[in-house]
Design a protein around this ligand. Structure first.
Ligand code: ADP
Ligand code: ASP
Ligand code: MG
Length: 426
């Protein structure tokens, strides 16, 4: 039996925690399995490295503290020259914890060997700080596995076709683990973290959230996509595509966690599976855009060129030849997006105004049962109205309803929706 285990930042956050993980790995191996362990950087280490780069590049006291711990955007618009070095820098966090864990296992009498991304042959595309995995070379660590060593891999990183180190985006170690599990046809991939599993909402925001025993790949994909950071979205996509059995559980106890599985019949009868709160988006409104063919195309082409992922988009009805366009972008890319848009000919030449609002959040209600039931959106709006929370944007899909509200109401609104849809622990 081949098992891949992934330990997140909190789970390897101190030397005693690393020793505890080493013991747990050896216990798993004693159950008779071959083991590959994928680790994150120690908690806070990636943030520390990003802050170092920010401080070095002197982005200014105000923005340095604002950016603290978020993905760095110290570059001038269009200037990508630091991305390579950023990946080079932040990948060291995982290299460090992999080496320490391997040492700890050996110190306890076990056999282990650590590998970083390029030693694993984990090949990615060229997007330095948001790279996608293309392939994993076979055989790079077969010898170690066959010698009954625990293979310890540094997560979050790979290598591009030119041999540069790339990183997979915040939270990307989940994806490293699932990709390794998929490539080696592992019997299971365990994601060991600081909560007992996947809950109906973030238990740190909604104290009465309920742990799910099972959730479908589809619902988990939506939840991860709308900001439930318990799993990196691409890890779920990989698991779904290659049918990797995923088990999210706590690294602090042995309790059974949450299994992410193909959709089962009884899942359809559950209307809402979970509610997620995402604080990482910001809202941009371009007021009085020319209401003519090509306007929308020009706006979103500009953002796409700079790899800005736009989420919700609303275009208002036209009045006297002009229209308002509102959309959300990642908060860390807000300044860059506004700068890019200011260069559009109909913006710089006209009276057009750009309104940027970083103080919003997005709340999403997810459930495969919504496919066959109407009324979730209208019920959500009533709940928010009762709480006196104004809805600024709405988007819906087959199994999801998302609303944008002011950030200060985010937690209150999440709890109210969670209760209203009967998700709380009874
Ligand atoms: P790790 O460092 O182990 O990767 P993360 O911090 O990335 O851990 O993810 C775990 C965190 O995800 C939890 O501490 C919890 O606050 C948050 N979270 C958000 N939504 C959920 C959810 N629906 N279920 C469980 N945890 C959630
Ligand atoms: N260390 C990286 C991060 O903090 C990757 C991960 O933990 O998954 O985002
Ligand atoms: Mg994580």
């Amino acid at each position: 039996m081949l098992v891949v285990q992934k330990y997140g930042g909190t789970s390897v956050g101190s030397l005693p925690r690393i020793r505890a993980v080493a013991e747990r790995c050896l216990a798993r191996q004693r159950q008779g399995c071959r083991l590959i362990v994928v680790v994150s950087a120690m908690a806070g280490e990636t943030d520390r490295l990003i802050t170092l780069a920010n401080d070095l590049l002197c982005v200014g006291a105000k923005s340095t503290s604002r950016m603290n711990g978020r993905w760095v955007e110290p570059m001038k618009v269009g200037d990508r020259c630091h991305e390579r070095e950023l990946s080079q820098l932040v990948s060291t966090g995982e290299k460090m914890s992999a080496a320490l864990l391997s040492m700890a296992i050996q110190d306890l009498g076990g056999a282990a060997m650590s590998f970083v991304g390029h030693q694993l042959g984990l090949q990615t595309d060229r997007r330095f700080t948001d790279a996608h995995i293309m392939a994993i070379e076979e055989g790079r660590f077969t010898a170690a596995l066959e010698a009954n060593k625990i293979v310890v891999c540094a997560g979050f990183q790979g290598v591009d076709p030119e041999g540069n180190i790339t990183t997979l985006g915040r939270g990307g170690t989940d994806t490293s683990a699932v990709a390794v599990a998929a490539a080696l046809h592992a019997d299971a991939c365990e994601i060991l973290t600081d909560v007992d599993g996947v809950y109906t909402s973030d238990p740190r925001v909604v104290p009465n959230a309920r742990k799910l025993d099972r959730i479908s790949y589809e619902a988990m994909l939506e939840l991860a996509g709308v900001g439930a950071k318990v799993l990196h979205i691409r890890s779920v996509a990989f698991a779904m595509k290659y049918r990797v059995p995923l088990h999210v559980r706590s690294s602090l106890n042995r309790n059974e966690g949450t299994w992410i599985v193909p959709e089962e019949k009884n899942m359809e009868s559950v209307l809402v599976t979970g509610v997620a709160l995402d604080r990482n988006e910001a809202k941009v409104t371009l007021a009085d855009c020319p209401d003519q063919p090509g306007t929308i195309a020009a706006i979103f082409a500009k953002l796409a060129e700079a790899d800005v992922l736009v989420d919700m988009i609303i275009q208002n009805a036209s009045r006297q030849g002009t229209t308002d366009v509102t959309f959300t972008v990642p908060k860390t890319l807000l300044d860059r997006s506004v700068e890019l848009l200011a260069n559009l000919p109909f913006v710089s030449g006209g009276a057009l105004q750009i309104h940027a609002d970083p103080n919003i959040c997005k709340i999403s209600i997810v459930g495969v049962g919504m496919r066959t039931h109407a009324g979730v959106a209208s019920r959500a709006f009533s709940v928010l109205a009762e709480e006196n929370v104004n809805v600024e944007m709405v988007s819906t899909s087959e199994i999801k309803v998302s609303v944008v509200v002011q950030e200060r109401y985010g937690e209150l609104a999440t709890r109210a929706l969670h209760d209203a849809f009967g998700l709380a622990e009874s």
